[in-house]
Design a protein around this ligand. Structure first.
Ligand code: URA
Length: 481
């Protein structure tokens, strides 16, 4: 039996060096025990045999290689909390020598386990990006920002660079039971984990978070289940806004109840459009796409954004609205069009007689692109390579939703919808055929209206925008009939 002691729970380099040497010495996976320094048990010591970690020279096997895909998955999976992960990875490495395409066999139990572990780690990383809340300790020049978080896996070192980029100009510490990350404005350092008692609980930032959360909460779009799966209850206790969740949900339910009670008493028209036969499968498709997109690395925008902001709306919506990319508020909330442009859009939709809850709303680019300016994140227009890299998600959303009409709002959306640069003014306000009987309508982006300095021009352009949306409303009516 060979005993391999890794330096830490996240020691990928140690695992890689040992695994390579073990393979080259022909040591079978069943003959290896993996442990982490500090977890050593007396039990292993007598039977264990040390292995020279250098590569045996002159052997022809010394040249074996593994794919970049395996390395990438292994780097994520090694951060999983399952103590069996080191052994599972070595078993796979061992088997990959004789079966180069093994990773493509999704039903293989080791491959399936590797995939599940890597995915769980990436999901945990996203949750940490989205749910860490800093609290201020000290004031003004001496302020330091401290957060408490309990990750499921060993992801503190993985997630720390994101916070260093995002909060570059404030000194912070993220405390967790496994490890703590600290940023002094120059470098990230990692120290051992601590107990929750070390983390602060209340400060003056709490109220800011609570106000922000209440401002983006829209009762008309409340989906408790989806909300809880995005923000699982275990994270609530560290979120200042958590105290608002229950009252806001209860308030939304009261509001909805009142709306139903006050609704017109006309008999409901019979549903003309047949229910899709595979309703769950199709809605599952969008849910699966959303999950896949959460890990999208097709362009570099994911690095600085909080999360992927995927489309939202009924999985069989007749209308699909496409915007440019999430802004600051959308990036934090994980929902499209909840900031100022979203409010402008909501107002225009209402004026045109369109119920937003019946429309699928998405963006051409699904990560926020910005440059930091002090504490502010300044929106940057996405570049063509980013639009192209993200287009796969728009195409897959389109295939899953199968809307009758796609509305491209602004130049970036038009570029994504038509697959090429498409001038707005030349194409605006007319129905254009896409493939598969889907039609498209081009109009301006709501934030264009927000940027117009002249109030008269703004009012005029707003009316033109509403007029374009009236074409959409007419189409919806035609379909309903
Ligand atoms: N602008 C967009 O294009 N999309 C959003 O979601 C918000 C602002």
């Amino acid at each position: 039996m060979h005993l391999i002691t890794l330096d830490s729970q996240t020691d990928f380099e140690g695992w890689r060096t040992a695994a390579r040497s073990l393979v080259l010495h022909e040591v079978k996976p069943t003959d290896v025990t993996w442990i982490v320094r500090g977890d050593e048990s007396e039990l292993f010591a007598p039977a264990a045999e040390a292995l020279p970690l250098e590569t045996p020279l002159g052997t022809f096997q010394a040249t074996f290689n593994v794919s970049a895909k395996f390395v990438e998955l292994a780097q994520s999976a090694i951060l999983h909390r399952d103590p069996e992960r080191f052994a599972m990875l070595y078993r796979l490495l061992w088997r990959l020598r004789g079966h180069h395409h093994l990773l493509e066999v999704a039903t293989d139990p080791d491959v399936a386990l590797l995939t599940v572990m890597a995915k769980a780690v990436r999901r945990d990383e996203h949750k940490m990006h989205a749910f860490v809340r800093f609290r201020e300790v000290g004031r003004e020049q001496k302020a330091h920002y401290v957060a408490w978080f309990e990750p499921e896996h060993h992801i503190v070192e993985l997630a720390a660079p994101f916070f260093a980029r995002r909060f570059a100009d404030m000194p912070w510490s993220i405390l967790t039971p496994d490890a703590c990350a600290h940023w002094d404005g120059h470098a990230v350092s990692i120290t051992p984990g601590v107990g929750k008692a070390e983390a602060p609980t209340e400060d003056r930032l709490e109220e800011t978070w609570r106000r922000y959360y209440a401002s983006i909460f829209n009762p008309a779009r409340l989906k408790v289940k989806a909300m809880q799966s995005e923000m699982p209850k275990k994270y609530w206790r560290n979120l200042p806004e958590a105290s608002l969740i229950k009252p806001l949900i209860a308030g939304a339910e009261r509001l909805t109840g009142a709306m139903i009670a006050n609704a017109a008493t006309e008999p409901h028209k019979s549903q003309k459009r047949p229910e899709p036969s595979m309703k769950h499968e199709t809605s599952g498709d969008i849910a699966t796409l959303r999950e896949e997109a959460a890990d999208c690395r097709a362009c570099p925008l994911w690095k600085d954004a909080t999360q992927t902001v995927f489309g939202e709306g009924p999985p069989h919506a007749r209308i699909m609205l496409v915007g440019e990319q999430p802004g600051d508020k959308e990036d934090l909330a994980g929902k499209p069009f909840v900031g100022p442009a979203g409010q402008m859009l909501d107002r225009a939709l209402q004026e045109a007689g369109i119920d937003r809850t019946k429309v699928y709303v998405t963006n051409a680019v699904k990560h926020f692109k910005f440059v930091p300016r002090g504490k502010i994140r300044l929106h940057q227009k996405p570049a063509t390579p980013e639009i192209k890299a993200c287009r796969q998600w728009y195409e897959r959303e389109l295939a899953a939703i199968k809307p009758a009409l796609v509305v491209a709002m602004g130049a970036t959306a038009a570029q994504s919808v038509f697959g090429k640069i498409t001038p707005i003014n030349k194409n605006r306000g007319q129905l254009i055929e896409l493939e598969h009987g889907i039609q498209a309508l081009v109009t301006v982006h709501p934030s264009y209206l927000l940027r117009l300095p002249d109030p008269d021009a703004r009012a005029l352009e707003y009316q033109r925008f509403v007029d374009d949306l009236r074409i959409v409303a007419a189409m919806l009516k035609k379909h309903a009939a």
